[in-house]
Design a protein around this ligand. Sequence first.
Ligand code: BGC
Length: 928
Amino acid sequence: MASPTVTQPVFEHHHSGLSVNTSRPRISWAFQADENTTPDWRQTAYEVEITFHPTSHDPLVFNVTSDRSVLVPWPARPLQPREAANVRVRVAGGPSRTPSSDDAQYSGWSSPATVEAALLDPSEFQAQFITAAQQPTPQGPLRPLRFRKEFNLPVGYTGETCRSRLYITALGLYEVYINGQRVGDEYMAPGWTSYKHRLPYQVHDVAVLLNKTGPNMLAIEAAEGWYAGRLGFNGGKRFRWGDKIGVAAQLEVTHPTSSQRWTLSTDETWRCGLSPVQTSEIYDGEVYDAREEDESWNKVTEQDSAQVPLDGPVVALPRPKATLFSPDMAPVRATEVKPCVSVFQSKSGKTILDFGQNLVGVVRIKSFTPADGAQVELRHAEVMEHGELGTRPLKLAKARCLVTGSGKTIDSWRARFTFFGFRYVQVEGWPSGTPSADDFEALVLHTDMKRRGFFECSNQSVNQLHQNVVWSMRGNFLSIPTDCPQRDERLGWTGDAQVFAPTSAFLYDTMGILGSWLEDLAAEQLADGQKGIPPITVPFALGDNFPNMPQAIWADVAVLMPDDLHRASGDEAILERQFRSMQTWIEQGVDRGANGLWNPDSWQFADWLDPNAPPEDPANGRTDPLLVCNAYLVHTTRVFSQICRRLGKMELADKHKDGADRLLGHFQRHYMTADGHLMSSTQTAIALCITFDLYPPAKSNRTTASSALERLVRTANYHISTGFAGTPVITKALTAAGKPQLAYRMLLKKDCPSWLYPVTMGATTIWERWNSMMPDGTINPGHMTSFNHYALGAVADWLHATVGGISPAAPGWRTIRVRPVPGGNITSTNVRFNGPYGLVACEWQLKNETDFSMKLTVPPNCTAEVTLPCDFRASFLNGVEDGDGEAEKTTIVGSGFHTFKCEFVAGEWPPKRFGPPFLPHPPIDVAE
Ligand code: BGC
């Protein structure tokens, strides 16, 4: 038997290791195992070998007795700004029953990874921010600009071994070229942050692009982006952070032996001119005039052929006050190219492209030759409505591209500084009549997070639902987590991100993107005048008519999301980093009444988009909004107290535990009858109280609650009746209450409102409303109707943990909870998670209705707590006062490959509807 293989180490939560923002990057590695790997393997020690660059230095080896393999401390001296090192790791260990460092066998070395420090101290970023001396369209939308500078490398800096780095950012968005070649593969750089507080820069290794022997051209095209563009609904507002496009770049070439640095930075010697892109706006799209194009603008040429001169003067802008930093999160990239699957005519004869998938990105036109002055227009939409492009949901976003031809062929055209949410594109003015599908493809754009979790089961409709969740996550994790990608919002709504955070952390590694977003949240929340309230969108981009609104569920993200990220990663640093933000929200931000619960007069989004609310009034659902908010408040306060305890802040932990108990007392007095009925008896209210454990422990209370929920669900004929607050918890609550078959019945229901109704309507993403598209093909009349909103996809968390059966038993996935609860007509599932330690996989099958078998993969250095379905107990009813007493049986297993079998009877399927006895039962609509 052998040690597991150690994967290439990674640093902090950084996507590549190039340009980490700390001098002591923590190191993590995972394990790969096969049948020859020692089962039940535990690490007892590790060795980290660090070779500082240049690699002619002797490697330093650090030997540490520890079972930790995730985020271990940097063992060597700190990295200097820009300094790099090669790092590899090997581990010792053995079966957990006989772990001893003496006889431990070392594994082979991992392959080496390079880590390089960023500039670290913002003052190392010395480049000036420059803009055009004459602003072409000062009132906005701002005309994109092209900046450039010709240069030669000095003698001595032309060798192959010179280290060449470009540090670059913009006030707006940029794409950068060296000698006509695009640097990097990023889109929408530098990304969207709270620009007042934090401005990211990117780092590129540009050695291969530099001409060592002759002149070079460093050229940057930049547009207004989120920084200066119109943002917000009802017309929005321009210039939220500034009214001039700016760029700042610092090219550094380091001499290999003397370590002297030659630097070329943006300054007033640069030149600039207008881009042929006339406008490029987040909501309205891009307008491009090929007649103003100069193909060679970014190369060194004898003479410019430009119609529009590129040698205008630039001026320096004041240095932004924001902290410059190199982000951990991966950049936005084109992660997939989707072909156009068909071209068809709309009812009125318009040409429509169908990409077969509602996605977020841009269309690329492979090659076309519009005549001089002729215009080709692309209009994007997510759906067709009664045979025409369904643009009403876009509200005041034009979401179009307009290309004016010059008579010359244009190859590979795409919008450069915007993106769209679309499946369909209407094309007008195509040069040769009707285009063919082959002329177009779609680039799928999003933050290029590492995929982690996968789920599949025997039911194809559920698989489609899961894929829709993944696609909605992809489309809405573009630099920040957004509500939607198409209409005049696309904003970092806090509530959406909060309810979806656990699901997203399973599907992708979100530590970089959400960690950064939380830092923005804290920066804005803690700013003067904010009274400790996180803005409802981060970065805040709504009008002045949106004052600081303390909103439960939305602002609770300040506490709940760091907790979710900690649970996914085991990284306590995120809790430390967000601590002030959490504490300030709980202690100062929440708008309280006299008893500490929410101010009874405050208006709240609460169970936003409950399907029973009128289309025009989505907050007006069935569940008392204050009950929803107060349930959340007790939960959030408890979570905060647990975080205090974990961080060793015991006094605060006790204080807030008492606070939560007191709030719970008020809550129970206020909303519960003595025998466990809720004053607002709805799916959302009961599900929240079960999931957040708000009922008194008396068994009678709990059976009342679970029977009341059962009755509501049966009476609704398994229609969903929850909005943003209730949807993530309803199936969890039914499972906890010992009624998983009811949860499956809801999951598998096909008619509206239900999770699968959109699937029956051909949805390829999660919709904002349960009925964004009505059964007759009419778009919901409500004023906001998106077809790409991930919030209601939060049910996938239950798919992963309960249907598939895996979740972290403790923060960081070192102890894995394996507890599948089969049900419905699902006869097999396959769930996988590439976690911090390696692959967790669980595959179960149910044959002949009762023969349950399961294959489980537990990664090295981990254990799993396994509960088989036959041992499942309703956690809400079990172990409480007067409970049945019989605790759930769990088996603990170590790493390796395991199989399990048991007899399992799932119970009544399909469960009946509760309804008038004199009416026939409605037909059972369950997705097969
Ligand atoms: C957004 C939401 C958001 C909500 C706030 C909407 O317009 O699209 O998803 O959370 O407003 O209530």
